[in-house]
Design a protein around this ligand. Sequence first.
Ligand code: AGP
Length: 604
Amino acid sequence: MCGIVGYTGNKQAQDIVLDSLKKLEYRGYDSSGIALKEDKLVICKKEGPISNMEEILPKSNSSLAIAHTRWATHGVPSDANAHPHADADNSVAVVHNGTIDNYLDIRENLEEEGYKFVSESDSEILPILISKYYAGDLVEALHNSLSDIQGIFTIAVIHENHPDEIVAVRHETPLIIGLGNSENFVASDIYAVLKYTQQIIYPDDNQIVRVTPESIDLFDSSLKPLEYVVETVEKYTEVAEKGGYEHFMLKEIFEQPKALQDSQTELFIDNPLEGLSLNWKIGSISIVACGTSYHAGLVGKYVIEQLTAIPVSVDYSSEFRYAAPVQGVGGILSSRPLVVLISQSGETADTLAAARAAKQQGCYTIAVCNVPGSRITREVDGVIITKSGQEIGVAATKTFLTQMQALYVLGTHLAFNSGSLDHPQLKLWESEIRKLPSKITQVLNSSEGIKSLVPNFVNAKSVFFVGRNINYPLALEGALKLKEISYIHAEGYPAGELKHGPLALLGEDTPIIAVAMQDHTYSKLLSNIEEMSARKAPVITLCQKGDQHVPKISDKYFEIPEIDPVLSPFPVAVFMQLLSYYIAHELGTDIDKPRNLAKSVTVE
Ligand code: AGP
């Protein structure tokens, strides 16, 4: 989604703001721009990478600036649609993240009043409204403008009459204020400012903030002054470099043993999840997420149901938030339902909305999240932080494995609490999970074998991924990985489902990845492989080390390390990630920033 940064202080703003903006490039963008305070406001914006804008940006000594990377929602990527947007005489400049649902009505009314528009963007109504309401106080002008608009937004605005002031507000999308010495920062993401400060203020929805080099003034929605809390966040290690890897995604795939290990440190202290207070008889669990996080939730369903016999449903956030209220078993709320929201960014608009819907229904909500202090961690009842470290690649990799790990530990914790696991069994689970980093390392060490499979896929019209039971979600995840970074169409299916339609699509140009683990579904999966091969579809099968059957019936196969099938999603996931990476690399796509996608989807 769009990135927003702002600086007001005692230094030259331009370089600081551009440096901060580049920290947000990973979120996805199609244009960028900056507004600086000279005698008048100077605005420079350009379609394409930030470097395009830098090329035409005149040097400025201004100490006040706001800047933006755009991920198009209304209007194509273009110079005119890029932010900042301004009013006709350039007295007001605005950057905006989010969508204004009623912008067309507002635009029509303003055009009838004689105001002119130069872009297709919904955001352009903001500087015109603010200019219209401006009577000397920028906070009041923004406040009055907000009463006209509906939607979700983070807005930052500067005005030529206020040489050191940034005014900002958020509604359901991220906004943070970074505090420095005689300088202060505004941003849509703490990553943008952590290099400069770890002192952070998190305004709440509809709170307006005025930022100058020496002061921060926070107001509620009726402009009553508010006290604010300054939090110290841990400084993320500088991940700006790729550490010798060609792409962030590859670096993050190879960081997975460490990510799992770091997360285990938190998860395996004594009674790790005691802080979640999950000490009542839970009648049902709903897991809610998007994309890869949703696939982690599906794996979690299999594990938690197997360990606790508590019924677990898994919903896409965008569906859950509009669905009927959460029901207990048999439609009766026998006890307070547990809702688990999974989001690596903690800023996904649909998952945030689902969390609010669950709380309104009286559910107990916990979040599995990779970013401490992110929006979702501040809205739920309990949090499990995965310690993957910052993930830059748009395609989720290490956060996926640490999400799954957190759900396995949650399952054992619930099982132990309910008595369906005794302490020795709990410790056995823990010791098996502690072996995961070394299992992942073994797969990483076989990466050349995975790369050798690439020629089977690069010219495919479509690719199918199939699995059963706990590896059905891995079929979905493998398909998503391939789609989002190679742009090849791919579908994940339960292996038993192909004969109910998709088999009609199979042929020599539809290679299939089958996941055949030796669990209770193994023999059925072998039959599915025969079915697919009989339709001349090339079948590449993931199997366990030493499998005697799979090599005889598959065109190609790849052995994962010795592991209990219930833990096989971890090495299988790494295979899927590497295969997709090498295919995309062969095709030359923008692996870290795939077209049309963003790392954090902060709009609905
Ligand atoms: C996964 O590779 C994608 N980047 C995307 O599906 C992602 O998982 C989804 O947008 C959810 O993001 P979140 O975990 O930050 O909520």
